[in-house]
Design a protein around this ligand. Structure first.
Ligand code: HEM
Ligand code: SF4
Length: 561
């Protein structure tokens, strides 16, 4: 590039303080400060913390609260870790644990004086918040269902190896959160620090990695920067197809930004997975756009330079020749609720968690139930699904009934149908009141909206049928609405875009159907579409497929249904 490019402010501050320490520790030590500076807001993200304010209170006062996110490769927690997290949410958070759409756990409503104790507690439980947010690789995902086969167990191991090999090395994390020490930013050792993988300026933006095992795409593999699709042959893991360049975030009114699904660019043996992950990450590091954060995702490199270029660059950097991709199919993105047996004779139970929010409610004391299970059955694993549910795994046959009984006693179901089909398949991002980027409600409005859509489905003769509905409070797309059969994307308070036409395997993007719909008008917009679908669909055609085949191909100008 010949012309000097103006880098973003984030680039300047990362280069100036490559340990990403900022003045976080000093601000924590300052009892009079209730929040961090604007630059520290950016550095905090690398440590897994978002500074927010309670948006319900904005009209009267500004109350700063922090969100802290634990990064949990593959979403697998021990019972002891679950108990530790449960305690931490009660002591320092808002009493709830939020299972995220990327298999992490978020603590909301943490006040500044408590954030260090919270992160210490997470570290004592042998988990971490480093790299859960920020311009680094985010939580590495893997299918949460426990090992049916050896291949599955190895996929989780590979997920953990990749997470380990892409972890930032800064001393700042330990200094701030464990020792409580402000690093001397002028010390040449800190000033000249350069991460062995990330360098001095880290990545231009976040980088997402995930693993999937066909035919279940329960982690939405194609939405990741790099996805590894396990190819099993005779129950053995032969290797992975690598998919490059997925990502969802976009901005309203900016057509340069768009959701994109990853392209499958080749196949590699399992022993090369770390090299390939690091190679792709460094392509993002070296070629990503550091002048425009909205354009700084790996997906735009793949879109603009082409999958062939990316494939060749991965090969060069990883010192490998990718073989042609091997065949695979995905047919579902959903979780299988209820008890199932794993091949090792152990059992696992998927429990529905509305919007991933683990809390006690009148008649359904989910948080207490899970806590008691963790206390009583120490060998159980708590696995977090990317559909925001929890899977109790590694359960021995003799404990099944006691667990079911304990859950029932707290009003929590354990059957294959724990809620209605629409609720079971839905997802919402947190949005208001915590997320500073939210333009509209999401988590708080979706359950009520689903009840309303259920009524429409009943009217149309579709009662009990599954339609994947997802909502987000802004176009960033944290709950992956652009892959839903019906996606609601917040535009303004009480106003949403409607996206339609995702497929059940997570292999097709939804398309924008309505630019802006008032909350109160959602029924009148959707009713004719659902009615037509019920009457016109082929045999077992899903709503998303029908929308893609019929509705979205009809001209919208002057067209009314
Ligand atoms: C593109 C710009 C994006 C920005 C600036 C952004 C920012 C944020 C913020 C501020 C939160 C915290 C909200 C809260 O808990 O109060 C959040 C949550 C989250 N985001 Fe994003 N996000 C973006 C896109 C995405 C995408 C595309 C995904 C994945 C598909 C994603 C995954 C998550 C997850 C897993 C959470 C935790 C809450 C949940 O599970 O719903 N984000 N994001
Ligand atoms: S989609 Fe938007 S509103 Fe929802 S959590 Fe993500 S950034 Fe916040």
């Amino acid at each position: 590039m010949s012309e000097a490019v103006k880098l973003t402010h984030n680039e300047d501050i990362k280069a100036a303080i490559p340990t990403v320490a900022g003045t976080i520790a000093a601000t924590i030590a300052d009892a009079g400060a209730d929040h961090f500076s604007q630059d520290d807001y950016e550095f905090l993200k690398f440590h897994g913390v978002y500074q927010q304010d309670d948006r319900d209170l904005r009209k009267t006062a500004k109350k700063y609260i922090m969100m802290a996110r634990a990064s949990i490769p593959g979403g697998v927690m021990t019972a002891a870790q679950w108990m530790a997290f449960d305690d931490l949410a009660a002591q320092y958070g808002n009493q709830t644990l939020r299972i995220t759409t990327r298999q992490g756990i978020q603590f909301h409503g943490v006040l500044k004086p408590n954030v260090r104790s919270l992160i210490q507690g997470i570290n004592h439980s042998l988990l971490t918040t480093i790299s859960a947010c920020g311009d680094v690789r985010r939580n590495v995902m893997a299918p949460p269902t426990p090992a049916y086969t050896l291949a599955r167990a190895q996929v989780l191991e590979d997920c953990r190896r990749v997470a380990q090999a892409t972890r930032p090395q800064t001393r700042a994390y330990h200094a701030i959160w464990i020792e409580g020490v402000q690093l001397n930013l002028d010390d040449p050792e800190n000033k000249n620090f350069s991460d062995p993988l990330y360098g001095k300026a880290y990545l231009p933006r976040k980088f997402k990695i995930a693993f999937a095992i066909p035919p279940v795409n329960d982690i939405d593999i194609f939405t990741n920067c790099i996805g590894f699709i396990a190819i099993a042959e005779d129950e053995r893991l032969a290797g992975y197809n690598v998919a490059a360049g997925g990502g969802l975030g976009r901005s309203h009114g900016n057509i340069q930004t768009y959701p994109r699904l990853a392209d499958v660019v080749g196949f590699l043996p399992p022993e090369k997975v770390v090299d390939v992950a690091r190679a792709a990450l460094t392509i993002h590091r070296d070629y990503g756009d550091r002048a425009d954060r909205k354009h700084a995702r790996f997906k735009y490199i793949v879109a603009e330079r082409g999958p062939e270029w990316v494939r060749a660059e991965i090969e060069k950097r990883a010192g490998i020749r990718l073989e042609p991709a091997r065949p695979f199919t995905f047919d579902t993105t959903g979780d299988l609720y209820g008890w199932r047996e794993a091949v090792d004779g152990k059992w696992f139970l998927t429990i529905f968690v509305e919007s991933g929010r683990v809390r006690d409610m009148e008649g359904r004391r989910l948080k207490t139930a899970l806590r008691q299970i963790a206390e009583k059955f120490n060998d159980i694993e708590f696995r977090l699904s990317a559909n925001q549910n929890v899977i109790l795994a590694n359960v021995i046959e003799e404990d099944r009934d006691a667990i079911t009984e304990l859950l029932t006693g707290h009003g929590v179901g354990s059957g294959h149908r724990q809620t209605t089909a629409l609720h079971a398949a839905a997802m919402a991002c947190p949005a208001l009141p915590t997320c500073g980027l939210a333009l509209a409600e999401s988590e708080r409005m979706l359950p009520g909206l689903i009840d309303r859509i259920e009524k429409l489905c009943e009217e149309a003769g579709l009662a009990g049928e599954e339609i994947v509905i997802r909502s987000t409070g802004c176009p960033n797309g944290c709950a992956r609405p652009y892959l839903a059969e019906i996606g609601f994307v917040g535009k303004a308070p009480g106003r949403y875009q409607i996206w339609l036409g995702g497929d059940t395997g997570g292999t097709r993007l939804a398309r924008l159907w309505k630019e802006v719909v008032k909350d109160a008008d959602i029924e009148s917009e959707l009713r004719p579409a659902l009615t037509r679908y019920a009457n016109e669909r082929f045999n077992r055609e899903t709503f998303g497929d029908w929308c893609d085949r019929v509705l979205l191909n009809e001209t919208t100008s002057g067209f009314s249904i």
